[in-house]
Design a protein around this ligand. Structure first.
Ligand SMILES: [Zn+2]
Length: 225
């Protein structure tokens, strides 16, 4: 079976790879241009999120990093997911877990976009890290828009919007939650609580972008969170 890099190189012969941050065509083995690599708004905070043992983010949700997230979300520029997965894998290099769990998108957003961002990133990441993706959480689709809620309201809303998939056993497992953007952390925290209550021993989280001002209700374009 062809590995991830080989498949990507073959695809690039027909559809040139573009830098998801500036749109420039890049080489078949490359994911983004060097110029953008240099100027990305890298995340270097050390925030803690309740129920999450270790949280990591690649970028702050601003500038070209934010534009690339929006291009994946709404422009369906799937090449952005390649670079997000690459950069998250660099952050997680050497990390070990039993499986990756993508934060589920609501049915409506999947229907509108045709795909679930977190799941696409998790699947690409899985190929890089050799850690399987397990859809241990499913969306109950009852949630209100997170960005309209208070911090506590977000947590309660997020908690009621996920369910443990009955067919997935997380007991004793070390899990890494994957998402494209983290706003207040309420979604990740609520998802982790469900997994810990079901017997998971440890839950970490990795996202591509983290909004600034933890606790603010005004930022972000993440209707899912
Ligand atoms: Zn670029």
């Amino acid at each position: 079976m062809l590995d991830y890099e080989t498949k990507r190189r073959i695809t690039a012969a027909f559809y040139p790879n573009r830098c998801p941050f500036c749109g420039e065509i890049v080489g078949c083995g490359e994911y983004c241009c060097n110029g953008c690599r240099k100027i990305l708004p890298y995340y270097d905070d050390n925030e803690t999120i309740e129920n999450i043992s270790h949280f990591c983010a690649v970028c702050r949700y601003t500038g070209i990093a934010r534009d690339a997230v929006l291009s994946l979300k709404y422009g369906r520029q799937v090449c952005a997911a390649d670079v997000f997965a690459l950069m998250i894998s660099e952050k997680l290099s050497g990390a070990w877990a039993d499986f990756l769990v993508p934060i589920p998108s609501g049915f409506n957003s999947v229907w509108n976009r045709g795909f679930a961002c977190a799941e696409i990133i998790a699947r690409k990441l899985s190929q890089r890290l050799n850690i399987p993706v397990v859809r241990a959480l499913i969306s109950s689709d009852s949630k209100a828009e997170q960005k309209t809620l208070s911090r506590k309201g977000r947590y309660e809303n997020a908690k009621s919007s996920f369910m443990l998939s009955k067919r997935r056993d997380v007991f004793g497992k070390h899990i890494v939650l994957i998402d494209d953007v983290c706003t207040t952390g309420a979604t990740l925290s609520a998802a982790a609580k469900i997994l810990l209550d079901a017997g998971a021993v440890r839950v970490d989280a990795a996202v591509f972008a983290k909004t600034e001002n933890l606790g603010s209700n005004t930022e972000g374009d993440r209707s899912d969170e």
